[in-house]
Design a protein around this ligand. Structure first.
Ligand code: NI
Length: 178
């Protein structure tokens, strides 16, 4: 049982962002409440995607709304994202869990997603452009990977101050919770 009240945005280098999330066993009211809470967090922070570990929950589930509106929020439960092209592109990305960093990330241009929706129906879709990028970004999250891991070492050097600040803030918050 997930305590929805306790769900809040997690920031790099929180451990929940670095581990492989577990499959959702059953789509029940608790999962529906989690998706509502994740939607709140995402829209409040003007994001277009959010994965459950970013709300502190290590489950294989993410939401996407490419135009950041509530009516276009979709849930992807136990998703599998597979590339459908050998071509890559490198476009600047941000992440609500790695605030203050925008950096070019290399991703497949096209992919497909197979997932289950909130009603328990399985679906598959082809994606390109921003949608393909967003699916790969969120899929990374449920495998314990953030843009801080994906960015090339030159970008890590360029963003070292902000990465250090995030690490310090995380340590500070951890201490104050104990
Ligand atoms: Ni992210």
């Amino acid at each position: 049982m997930i305590d929805i009240e306790k769900c809040r945005i997690t920031h790099y280098p929180d451990a929940v962002l670095a581990k492989r999330a577990q499959p959702v066993e059953k789509i029940d009211d608790n999962i529906r409440q989690l998706v509502e809470k994740m939607t709140d967090i995402m829209l409040k922070n003007k994001g277009i995607g959010l994965a459950a570990p970013q709300a502190g929950v290590p489950l294989r589930l993410f939401i996407i709304s490419l135009d950041a509106t509530s009516q276009n929020v979709r849930a992807y439960i136990n998703p599998t994202v597979t590339p459908t092209s050998d071509e890559f592109d490198s476009v600047e990305e941000g992440c609500l869990s790695v605030p203050g960093i925008y950096t070019k990330i290399r991703r497949y241009k096209k992919c497909k997603v197979a997932a289950t929706d909130l009603n328990g129906n399985e679906f598959t879709e082809e994606a390109d452009g921003l949608y393909a990028r967003c699916l790969q970004h969120e899929s990374d999250h449920i495998d314990g990977i953030t843009i801080a891991d994906r960015m090339p070492s030159t970008a890590k050097i360029a963003h070292r101050k902000q990465l250090k600040r995030l690490t310090e803030n995380y340590e500070k918050n951890k201490e104050s919770k104990n």
